[in-house]
Design a protein around this ligand. Structure first.
Ligand code: KE4
Length: 432
């Protein structure tokens, strides 16, 4: 596989960019080799600077749910561009997107747009503290909520990939109010709640996607909602990844649970930088300029990003691709398990809606601990073989794969061929 130009750009990028990337996972650290640099994308395909074509199962870690450069979305962006890029004042587009989002989330009366999932989460934490007057936050090991200091402990995603326990530069004071519980383990939450009377909120990904895809047991979520409700502890559901991905709206409606505060990102910007946090009026009315909890942003509600988000969500609502997502995810799961069985490779596959990923382990993956039993060396072999055979995967065992509505039957056929060859290679490497 020719990667000359990516290598050239990777070397050139070292001078003025940290590791030639603007987000650590893009450096391919956990799979080794040189990260590919992308030239362009359209529909279900993405093309690197050396002209290699791939079926894209990264989708920029979620946003490109309609595939790349969807005609209707692009038309809306071009139209918005003609009016100007940003004004530092409100536009009707922010009201339009806010209505679409709030109508899709029963528990949400108001929303505030920001520029990333991280910003949405850090604002939600501050809001929970403002509303309850308490400071402690419970998070779950393996869940990743962006890089806000208070939550960079026992996180997933890049931190799980890089096996960094936390992060340098995060002072102890910043995490002294953060308590760690175990996903799918209610006792670990109860212990904290019985030992502390100043807990503001519990935050979790309703479907974890940052330790790989790990679903909550149905009892866990409902029990968690019950005990937090009874204790006056807010439940923050981080749907930055799951929002609009498993159904139009959030995973919470599918799972039959309602958050006090919901965080969103990725899909709601359709590829432009948009994050959001929302809740019922009595909570959101605490946010400036209505209340005393301050949060602001120069480009929050940016009109081009709003236009892209509106067009993306409108097309998602019209297309309603969720049944197809579920079908395709089940097909890919079947392809992976069949190939693993054929070649004698221990494999688990978890999926939820249009998020899916294989775990190279013989243990059922139900939390961060079991996710950590994966053989990341096998994943590394699998990853590069899939790249060689035209399938672009997230370069980490602990990142979810994403499906778009642009995925075609012939793409699934190609994925099946690539999986079979890649699994054979994994088996071969394991025996050598
Ligand atoms: P951003 O600040 O990256 O927009 O969102 C942070 C975030 C918050 N919550 C959840 C559940 C998330 O998954 C994320 C970001 N996800 C990672 C991928 N696992 C983004 C990719 C990256 O870090 O480059």
């Amino acid at each position: 596989m020719k990667l000359d130009k990516s290598i050239e750009l990777f070397n050139k990028g070292q001078k003025n960019l940290v590791g030639a990337v603007n987000s650590p996972v893009r450096a391919f650290k956990s799979v080794g080799g040189i990260p590919v640099f992308i030239d362009h994308a359209k529909g279900s395909k993405i093309y690197d600077v050396d002209g290699n074509e791939y079926i894209d199962l990264v989708l920029s870690y979620g946003p490109m749910i309609l595939g790349h450069r969807h005609d209707k979305v692009e038309k809306s962006i071009r139209k918005a561009l003609k009016k100007g890029y940003t004004f530092g004042a409100s536009t009707n587009k922010e009201i339009k997107l806010a209505k679409i989002v709030c109508d899709a989330f029963p528990g949400m009366d108001k929303v505030r747009f920001v520029n990333s999932g991280t910003e949405a989460v850090l604002s939600a934490i501050r809001l929970a503290r403002a509303y309850t007057g308490h400071n402690k936050i419970i998070k779950f090991s393996g869940c990743y909520h962006g890089h806000t200091d208070a939550l960079l402990v026992a996180a997933g995603s890049g931190l799980a990939t890089l096996s960094l326990p936390g992060s340098k530069g995060v002072p102890d004071e910043a995490v002294k109010n953060t308590l760690i519980a175990e996903f799918n383990n209610l006792e670990s939450v109860k212990q904290h709640m019985n030992s502390h009377n100043d807990i503001a909120a519990v935050i979790l990904e309703p479907i974890a996607g940052n330790m790989g895809v790990v679903q909550p047991s149905s009892k866990f979520l409902h029990e968690l909602r019950k005990i937090t409700q009874e204790a006056g502890v807010l439940l923050i559901l981080d749907e930055v990844m799951t929002g609009f991905r498993s159904k139009f709206g959030g995973a919470q409606e599918l799972l039959g649970i309602e958050a006090d505060i919901t965080c969103l990102g990725k899909v709601i910007g359709g590829g432009f930088p948009v994050g959001a946090y929302g809740a019922r009026d009595e909570i959101m009315n605490m946010v400036a300029p209505l209340g005393g909890m301050y949060q602001a942003g120069t480009l929050s509600g940016n009109p081009i990003a709003m236009a892209c988000g509106i067009a993306t969500l409108k097309e998602l609502k019209r297309r309603n691709p969720y049944r197809k997502f579920k079908k395709n995810a089940a097909k890919i799961k079947d392809i992976l398990l069949k190939a693993a069985k054929k070649h004698g490779v221990p494999l688990q596959v978890n999926h939820f809606g249009s998020m899916i990923n294989p775990f190279f382990t013989d243990k059922e993956v139900i939390d961060f601990e079991t996710a950590q039993t994966c053989d990341t060396e096998s994943f590394k072999v699998f990853f590069w073989q899939m790249m060689e055979h035209g399938v672009f995967l997230p370069p980490s065992q602990f990142e979810a794969w994403f499906l778009s509505s642009a995925l075609k039957k012939k793409d699934l056929k190609k994925i099946a061929e690539a999986v079979d060859i890649s699994m054979a290679k994994v088996a071969e490497k394991k025996t050598n």
